[in-house]
Design a protein around this ligand. Sequence first.
Ligand code: SF4
Ligand code: SF4
Length: 449
Amino acid sequence: MAAATSTGKSPARAAREAGVIGSGGAGFPAHVKLEKPVDTVIANGAECEPLLYGDQWLMEARAAEVIAGLKLILDDFESRGGKPVRGVVAVKEKYTAARAALESAASGDGRISLLPLPNVYPSGDEHFLTYEATGRIVPEGGIPPMAGALVHNVGTLSQIAQAARGEPVTGRVMTLGGAVENPMIAEIPTGTPLSHLVAAMRPKVDDYVLLVNGPMMGRIADDPEESTTKTMGGLFVLPMRHPHVMRMRRPLSTEMRISRAACEACRFCTDFCPRALLGHALEPHKIVRVINYDKTDHATVTSSWLCCECGVCDLWACPMALSPRVIYRAFKKKLKEAGIKNPHARNGLTAEYYRPFRGVPVERLVARLGLAEFERRPPVGEIAAPEKVVLRLDQSVGVPAEPCVSKGSRVNQGDLVADIPKGKLGARVHASIEGTVTDITGRTIVIQR
Ligand code: SF4
Ligand code: SF4
């Protein structure tokens, strides 16, 4: 029997009804991750992506809610699994205020402990955290539950606590920064047009691009009318000619061409790859060799499935500024199109001896990216709610949500506007502002205030 929340629902049911998805990654529906009990639940407060500060603030300001979400899961897993379950709050050692707040919120619950993390990238990777918290390595191509662990971002845990009170997800904390006069940490309604945020941020440069979710694993948003989603944790204005922007915009054909010409086979990319350091069969120097010399090396080509696209190989390790990551990404796309699944699934792996010495120091990483001038914590601010929100129906992993309102419907903030198709993987979508539904397309629902 599942432990119930204050609304009488299990955490999984409450999260499903509230539309909670992983707020720190690809957006996997939280309720699915809550179905099967594991022995360790990890609260991911690493926030290792440079320039982001939202989670750090959230852990300070809403520590009680983060811990409440964690406890709900521990109670539920213990009551269903019949065994004790550990809660581990993984947070950077240098976040002293967040650690103090979390420690105080968790005091008296012997199941929960804090795991101080070094200030290295990518300490927020699920595989990294699982190993640090349990000493177990997630199998190749696997997910943490295969090693008995569940990893939830601290923002997701806070949303699970809200869901347990019957409050759906209608917004999230974002970091807004870069070359702007008014950087801030703010709560932003889901579906807010990026142009609305940029106007409030007041760019200091005329020619700029918009970087979403950070410089390592983020992307450049080409359309300023794109809207925020439940997985968007940061928006940064960067000068158009900034070297990192130019690097991010380098086309695949250029990556391939310079890789052919410049790879010196030093294998630094492999030596620093966080997944390779956990024993996974991932050797980025070989993927570069494959495109240069040996297209029949199927094991290397299919190892593309094991790459989490963290960017360590290209943005930190490679002395020639080549990008095995981009090549892996291209191969992954081709494998997917060809219906070729991941054949790599080794378990019982051993971490490399050198792993503890090869974390990437975030401060030096930021300096290398040329972003040191933007790496400072902004104040907490507020942005006027937008007149219009554009809610994407495909914000989570799985199939898009199905609209359950019509054009012209009046909605209040928090009303359900799109549901999970029966029997499918996906997440609900709720109105993030009060207003009228003015448009419904195959991909979005527009609400005008
Ligand atoms: S992006 Fe590079 S460093 Fe990161 S997992 Fe993939 S190959 Fe390894
Ligand atoms: S680090 Fe760069 S130069 Fe060295 S093997 Fe990898 S891709 Fe080639």
